[in-house]
Design a protein around this ligand. Structure first.
Ligand code: ADP
Length: 423
């Protein structure tokens, strides 16, 4: 294992995995902190996904340290703490406390931080994070229900989360290239800074930052800054130039789509799929019971599971979502009920022979994967940026799973996903 990573959420971990596969690293995502005796996957990179982003700080730190300990025993050469490209966190954490704990455990004294991901509109200039061309605190993230981001200056934001001090490697130095960035980080470390926010506006910056951190024990950031890491390992002669990092064994069997995301992108994708595949919509307003909803959906699939994917959707436009939320006593209750229903439907579909499954929605994917007893995902080729096919293994039969975070994917995502497998 060359790279060992701890990621603070589930679909975010998959996003990092996809970036590494694109760079030619065979990558496996583990679901939750592995136990001491768990086998080490045969892979160049292992990403441990922990749902720690909004968890209590102490639990988040403990889990991240256990994952780091496991990755160290498995022989990783470099470590990466993956968080969201919008730096989702609060003044209590969890980015600062987890990074502090990892720096201390690795005894490395310092880590860079770079959440920038220009391809997805996340850029970092003079320590200020922009999302979609506007400052983070004007991007909608200031209204996030769990991690409202009201300050775009990440030097300040991270300073409030750590007992260490935070420096900045500003744009002109990043623009000057890898040696200048490396020197700047060395100087900041010598001055006693524990963290450095590093600006990045283009992919060239991300590659230069990666190269500058070749000998760093730990990097912290979004998946973007991992772009340069495969090249580092390759230059060191540790990673072959193989083009098959995303090869997966083919698994035959019927296909299905489960959609619990209500994002605009997903609603468009369901609309597109409607012209090509049978779609069943859960009616939780009439039947507010997860087991009964699952029963009805599974009964509908009888006789339909076969060559064409079946689509089961909870997804609805904002007015319907609001109506259900008020009928069921709030967003959390409505969300939990539908996640439970989706997880039960996934279980029923696998029992009926489905072996290729695409799931839309981060929380929905978490519920499905947990119910199916999936322990690890071997990452395959991308369907759309950030969403790969994966080989899921665990307590049930092996499956091909595509887990799509709500906003990702082109309108024809679901059709393209299964067409790719046929190809
Ligand atoms: P995304 O990745 O788009 O955020 P998630 O699965 O993470 O998708 O979150 C969507 C949430 O909305 C889930 O908790 C899901 O159960 C819930 N949900 C899905 N459909 C509806 C609906 N019709 N009404 C209310 N909540 C819904």
């Amino acid at each position: 294992m060359l790279l060992g990573s701890v990621a603070d959420d589930f679909t975010g971990a998959t996003d990092l995995c996809s970036m590494l596969v694109r760079g030619g690293m065979r990558t496996v995502q583990l679901i939750g902190t592995p136990a001491a005796g768990d086998p080490v996957p045969d892979a160049d990179a292992v990403v441990v996904a922990i749902k720690s982003r909004t968890a209590p700080v102490r639990w988040a730190v403990e889990q991240s340290l256990s994952a780091l300990d496991w990755l160290r025993k498995a022989g990783a050469r470099q470590y990466f703490f993956k968080y969201c490209s919008t730096f989702d966190s609060t003044d209590k954490g969890n980015i600062g406390p987890i990074a502090d704990a990892l720096i201390q455990a690795l005894d490395c004294g310092f880590s860079l931080h770079c959440p920038a991901f220009p391809t997805n509109g996340r850029t970092l200039y003079l320590g200020h994070l922009f999302a979609g061309g506007v400052l983070l605190n004007e991007s909608g993230m200031e209204n996030h229900p769990l991690t409202p981001m009201t300050d775009p200056n990440l030097v300040r934001v991270l300073s409030r989360q750590t007992e260490g001090t935070v420096g900045l490697v500003p744009f002109p130095i990043v623009e000057a290239g890898a040696p200048a960035i490396r020197d700047a980080m060395t100087r900041l470390k010598e001055q006693g800074r524990r963290h450095a926010i590093v600006d990045a506006v283009t992919d060239a910056h991300l590659l230069a930052i990666g190269e500058a951190a070749t000998h760093h024990a730990l990097l912290c950031g979004g998946s973007g800054v991992a772009m340069g890491l495969p090249g580092n390992f390759r230059r060191a002669g540790l990673l072959p130039d193989a083009g098959n990092a995303g090869d997966l064994p083919m698994i035959a069997g019927p296909a299905a789509v489960l959609s619990g995301s209500c994002s605009r992108a997903t609603l468009n994708q369901i609309g597109f799929a409607r012209n090509h595949a049978p779609v069943f919509e859960l009616d939780a307003l009439t039947t507010p019971d997860a087991a009964k909803l699952a029963e009805a959906a599974l009964a509908w699939t009888d006789g339909k599971i076969g060559a064409t994917p079946v689509v089961v959707a909870a997804s609805a436009p904002p007015d319907k979502v609001a109506a259900l939320q008020s009928a069921l006593g709030g967003p959390d209750k409505a969300g939990a009920l539908l996640e439970d229903a989706m997880a039960r439907i996934a279980e029923g579909l696998v029992a009926r022979g489905v072996r290729r499954l695409a799931v839309a929605g981060g929380e929905t994917s978490g519920a499905v994967v947990t119910r199916l007893g999936v322990k690890q995902l071997r990452i395959g080729g991308e369907i759309d940026p950030g969403v790969p096919w994966t080989l899921a293994s665990g307590s049930g039969p092996d499956l091909l799973l595509a887990l799509k975070s709500g906003n990702f994917g082109a309108p024809d995502f679901f059709l393209k996903a299964f067409r790719l497998l046929e190809g």
